[in-house]
Design a protein around this ligand. Structure first.
Ligand SMILES: Cc1cc2nc3c(=O)[nH]c(=O)nc-3n(C[C@H](O)[C@H](O)[C@H](O)COP(=O)(O)OP(=O)(O)OC[C@H]3O[C@@H](n4cnc5c(N)ncnc54)[C@H](O)[C@@H]3O)c2cc1C
Ligand code: SF4
Ligand code: SF4
Ligand code: SF4
Length: 425
């Protein structure tokens, strides 16, 4: 991915010019100086090749600090500036402006973050923090040697966005952007938007019915004039750069014509074939021609050719609507967007690889998501919690926490919601 803003070195960079690097080390009050020994960093910086000036300052970002930089650039003929201070996110634009005001190309400046990366994260070990700060300064000077003078240019941006993943996060992002007047494309690789929330029973903290909260949002998305949904579709390719992306999307064949299917379901009623419904965590079934859930958005049926026996009963049932097309092929479309939001959510960990838990061996050991489907009135058992082994009501239920999480051999992080949903359940 290339960005035209950072492409063009000018000719000056190709001419050998003796390097004159100035290093400015900031105390940031006690934010840096409270842990890092700034004097040591200053003395160390003086020993780095090409460094011709080192200064320390209590607050480099304040007016006197910036003035000192401008003065030094002019008087010492500095052609590279390294500022050892806070994060570039905080003050990179400030210091770019400062060096530019002194007549130096603003891209001849490099920031060494000795606050977040040294002082703040090693507060209990000041000597190590100081060593870390020295390393950071040395790396910044090394990078400064290779800096090139760049020009800032303006490029037009496409005022459209792509949201990848149509769960609750993606839908909210799409609706917010659409309400602001931006065109939004939503890419979802299953047949319906909604994500995991659409498969839950009730949600904490209010214990409202999950689909009752989410269903209207799903409909808002499909009806919004600024939102186009590509469901049952895959991302093929992204090229370009921030502001101007070209994205290729493959719409998988449903063998149903989008603009003719009314979602009436008459085809499903006559279809003789059932297969495990992934939406029900395979605890229930769906027909070879079906939608995964009644509230599917978009409400367009699809035929699963892996199971379909081509009896064509569905074609007769569809009748004059003529929505079924067995010859349909996958289709690729290209869209242009300026921004991409990735909200692809999570996958449920199925602990087949933890024999201790017996998942996959004992049918009554199930995941939390499977449990959600069992307690849901619209789920495969009509809301009855039954044992998978014999269809009977369980006498006792045990919840096992942190499975796969907070485990350095699996996923070291905490999922952040299984405690809560266990309490909810
Ligand atoms: C058992 C259980 C109970 C829970 N209970 C609650 C609760 O009571 N209250 C609560 O607040 N939270 C609860 N949560 C958490 C909640 O479900 C999640 O926080 C929420 O659903 C996350 O939404 P999301 O949009 O980020 O992701 P998801 O819901 O995972 O949606 C992501 C979407 O992106 C799609 N996608 C993924 N990859 C791609 C791709 N490459 N291309 C296109 N599309 C893609 C997926 O198909 C999916 O539709 C529970 C979670 C579980 C597992
Ligand atoms: S394919 Fe035809 S019968 Fe089936 S839901 Fe669509 S319109 Fe109705
Ligand atoms: S043709 Fe396939 S999808 Fe249609 S009714 Fe027969 S088995 Fe079902
Ligand atoms: S949310 Fe709770 S149960 Fe889940 S991994 Fe974190 S600590 Fe464990």
């Amino acid at each position: 991915m290339s960005n035209p803003q950072t492409q063009k070195p000018n000719e000056a960079a190709t001419q050998p010019e003796p390097l004159r690097v100035g290093v400015f080390v900031c105390h940031c009050g006690l934010n840096i100086a409270g842990t890092v020994d700034v004097k040591q960093v200053v003395e160390y910086a003086k020993t780095i090749p090409d460094v011709v000036l080192v200064k320390e300052n209590r607050y480099t970002c304040a007016d006197p600090g910036q003035e000192e930089i401008r003065k030094a650039i002019k008087e010492q003929k500095l052609n590279r500036v390294v500022i050892a201070a806070c994060s570039p996110r905080m003050h990179e634009p400030t210091f770019r402006r400062t060096v530019n005001e002194a007549g130096l190309n603003p891209f001849y400046y490099e920031m060494a973050n000795i606050r977040e990366f040294a002082s703040w994260c090693h507060q209990s070990t000041p000597q190590e923090a100081t060593e870390r700060a020295k390393d950071t300064v040395r790396m910044a000077v090394a990078k400064a040697r290779f800096l090139m003078p760049l020009q800032t240019i303006e490029v037009p941006v496409t005022n459209k966005a792509l949201v990848i993943g149509g769960g609750i996060a993606g839908m909210n992002a799409a609706l917010d952007l659409a309400e602001m007047g931006f065109k939004v494309y939503m890419l979802e690789n299953t047949q319906s938007i909604g994500g995991h929330m659409a498969a839950l029973d009730k949600t904490f903290p209010t214990l409202d019915c999950s689909i009752c909260i989410e269903g209207p949002k799903m409909v808002d998305c499909v009806r919004h004039p600024n939102i186009t949904i590509f469901a049952y579709s895959d991302l093929v390719n992204v090229e370009g750069y921030i502001g101007n992306f070209k994205v290729r999307i493959r719409k998988r064949a449903r063998y149903i014509l989008d603009d003719r299917c009314t979602g009436c379901g008459q085809c499903k009623d006559v279809c003789p074939i059932e297969y495990p419904n992934e939406w029900d965590m395979n605890l229930g079934t769906r027909k070879a021609i079906s939608v995964p859930l009644d509230q599917a958005v978009p409400l367009i049926y699809a035929i699963n050719k892996d199971y379909c026996i081509e009896c064509f009963k569905c074609v007769d049932a569809c009748g004059p609507r003529e929505a079924i097309d067995f010859t349909q092929k996958d289709e690729e479309v290209e869209i242009e967007v300026g921004a991409i939001i990735v909200s692809t959510g999570f996958d449920v960990y199925e602990p087949y690889d933890m024999p201790l838990l017996g998942y996959g061996k004992y049918p009554n050991v199930i995941t939390s998501m499977e449990f959600e489907r069992l307690i849901l009135a619209a789920g495969p058992t009509g809301g009855k919690v039954i044992r998978q082994s014999d269809g009977q009501k369980p006498h006792k239920i045990a919840f096992i926490q942190c499975v796969g999480s907070r485990d350095k051999n699996k996923y070291p992080y905490c999922s952040n919601f299984c405690c809560m949903y266990t309490l909810k359940t």
